[in-house]
Design a protein around this ligand. Structure first.
Ligand code: T6T
Length: 331
């Protein structure tokens, strides 16, 4: 056997070991599986990038991927979309639940109908699945960033940007009840309290995922605190809005901005000096491993109950690097 075909066979065996023999090229599958991906909202670069990763895995595995979501990050809008997805009877559902409690019963309907559920990005309940306790442990796996760690990283970045003197900062956040953004705020505050005693964290401002509201809130907080030194935008829209608010208040460079998420608009703001640091998640990996995990389960393999994906910290020093460019979200 030539070296190349030995390598190819080894690679195929590795795939077979991880996702089941049916995935080996040349072994036709009896069934083409359909996996539904329900994002937090459809028009967010984070979920658009997650979809790309999911599609890459679906193409590699011969899975049909259905992407169906609501236009806003809102459980009232997401539940009917989920109901419609369940009615289509996909083989598995990947979902970013928009609320830790309000999506439990709607997702149980999928579980009761025999449709495996994996949550991506966000979780329901306390995010600990398959424990045999609690009412929300039925999803098979949770695939996401470590959001408490991400919040801590944001705090460190903001404290460094502000420098020695410390001062006042606040968190621009979406609304309580979202696992990801709640955990980022928790991590941010814990890191500031433990390691940056010269920084005062003011009351969190909730913007309902509306960047315009986040911008107005920044200006209102600055009007009350002319010594404001920084803001942490805990997701894409919070960060974009907070940055716009800083600019509109004429405080670019004086009020430091750390952004969670890395759409092209935030990258532009790093280049212009408005945003100091972006904590990029790896949504394509979340989507990729979501589909691979669903497929592995459907083909009789066990899957991890949790998969953590990483972060890339982007600032003006590395924003031009090609190794960083691949983590900028797709529009
Ligand atoms: O930050 C992401 C995601 O992780 C979060 O759960 C909701 O907001 C985003 O989609 C960004 O808008």
């Amino acid at each position: 056997m030539k070296r190349r075909s030995v390598l190819k066979s080894a690679a195929m065996l590795a795939v077979a070991a991880s996702v089941g023999l049916a995935a080996v090229p040349g072994h036709a599958q009896d069934k083409k599986y359909t996996v539904a991906l329900v994002p937090g909202l459809t028009t967010d670069a984070f979920y658009i990038t997650m979809r790309k990763g999911a599609q890459a895995a679906a193409d590699a595995l011969g899975v049909e991927l259905v992407f169906q979501g609501a236009p806003d990050f809102n459980p009232v809008l997401q539940v009917p979309v989920l109901d419609a997805v369940i009615a289509r009877k996909p083989d598995a559902i990947l979902i970013a639940p928009t609320d830790t409690t309000q999506l439990v019963e709607p997702l149980r309907k999928a579980h009761d109908a025999g449709i495996p559920v994996i949550t991506v990005d966000t979780f329901i309940g306390n995010g600990k699945y398959q424990t045999g306790s609690g009412n929300a442990d039925f999803p098979l796996s949770y695939i996401a960033s470590d959001n408490v760690l991400g919040g801590r990283m944001a705090a460190t970045a903001l404290a460094n940007a502000i420098g020695e003197g410390g001062g006042k900062v606040y968190v621009s956040n979406v609304k309580p009840g979202i696992s990801t953004t709640d955990q980022r705020e928790e991590g941010f505050k814990a890191e500031m309290a433990e390691n940056h005693p010269n920084i005062t964290v003011l009351e969190t401002q909730f913007n309902e995922n509306d960047a315009n509201k986040a911008a107005s809130q920044l200006q209102a907080v600055f009007a009350r605190n002319s010594d404001l030194k920084g803001v942490f935008g805990a997701n894409l829209f919070s960060a974009l809005g907070a940055g716009n608010g800083v600019q509109q208040a004429g405080q670019t460079g004086n009020v430091k901005v750390v952004a969670f998420d890395a759409p092209t608009s935030i990258i532009d703001n790093i280049n212009s000096g408005l945003v100091d640091v972006a904590i990029a998640q790896h949504p394509a990996e979340i989507g990729y491993y979501g589909v691979v995990s669903a497929f592995a389960h459907l083909t009789g393999n066990s899957i991890p109950v949790a998969i953590g994906t990483g972060f890339t910290v982007i600032n003006k020093d590395n924003v031009g690097d090609e190794n960083v460019a691949k983590y900028i979200y797709s529009d």
